[in-house]
Design a binder for this molecule. Structure first.
Ligand code: GLP
Length: 264
């Protein structure tokens, strides 16, 4: 695992947007196959998306040949609800870039048969060619997508029940009332994320520091599902100084040394 540490979330977001754009451009230069991108919601990726929007506008990257799949969606929340992940993604990314509408995939949390919806999602990912890159964030308990503690590290897309902690954290988007946060969601599994050829995880701010330390220095465990990144051959965490604050000083120094050596 590689850990990229930037001074603040702004610098981390710029680094990430340019990294994703470079990956898209690099694939476009060698093949006409689409770039398959996994995407996340939350406050964390918003600035990365803003920079990608700027880059598309400036002609520095194009999403015309990108196929995207989002990580998760609430169950039972109307698509047009401002806090649905459908609304979020259109507001912060899709309405402002050139990705064709038919290339955008977001789980339908109102599907009549949720299990069938999840199965079809996994098949669509395979049919698209599998993920080139999966961009994710983490919850304060180290969950990736909505893979709460005790999700199997072998899990695939399925219906999940949110923890009370997650509902309380996400209540800020629902009038501060945890009971208004849907109790369930559809989420790609840990194994779905890890099936990507490359995984990039964002973590900004001190609220993520304990989860990040567990993910980096703790055991690989279903208690902190992002720790499964330890088993991935091409996993990168992009964080800021606040989010990396709970790791050992020597771990911190090593990540800085790796980056310095690679840029030398
Ligand atoms: C939700 C999403 C996760 C996201 C997390 C963190 O739980 N399902 O995918 O990583 O929120 O959100 P934020 O970036 O707002 O801290």
């Amino acid at each position: 695992m590689k850990v990229i540490i930037r001074n603040n979330s702004h610098e981390g977001s710029l680094w990430t947007a340019h990294y994703i754009a470079d990956r898209i451009n690099e694939k476009a230069a060698r093949t006409s196959d689409p770039f398959v991108l996994g995407l996340c919601t939350g406050s964390t990726p918003i600035e990365t998306y803003a920079e990608l929007i700027r880059m598309v506008g400036a002609g520095e990257v194009s999403f015309r040949n990108v196929i995207s799949f989002n990580m998760d969606e609430y169950v039972g929340l109307p698509v047009e609800h401002p806090e649905s992940y459908h609304s979020f993604m259109h507001r912060y990314l899709f309405d402002h870039i050139d990705e064709p509408a038919e290339n955008i995939h977001i789980l339908d949390g109102n599907a009549p048969d949720l299990a069938a919806e999840c199965e079809a999602y996994e098949k669509a990912i395979v049919k698209a060619g599998g993920f080139d890159l999966f961009l994710g964030g983490i919850g304060e308990d180290g969950h990736i997508a909505f893979n709460e503690p005790f999700s199997s590290l072998e899990s695939r897309t399925r219906v999940v029940t949110l923890t009370q902690d997650t509902r309380e954290v996400n209540a800020r988007f629902f009038d501060g009332d945890p009971s208004k946060v849907p109790a369930q969601a559809l989420s790609v599994g840990v194994a779905t994320v890890l099936s990507a050829r490359e995984v990039v995880i964002l973590a900004f701010g001190s609220k993520k520091a304990r989860a990040l330390a567990s993910a980096i220095e703790g055991p690989m465990s279903h208690y902190c599902t992002v720790s499964a990144l330890q088993g991935h051959p091409f996993g990168t965490i992009v964080c800021d100084e606040d989010a990396i604050g709970e790791v050992k000083v020597n771990s911190y120094r090593y990540f800085k040394a790796v980056e310095a050596a690679e840029n030398a």
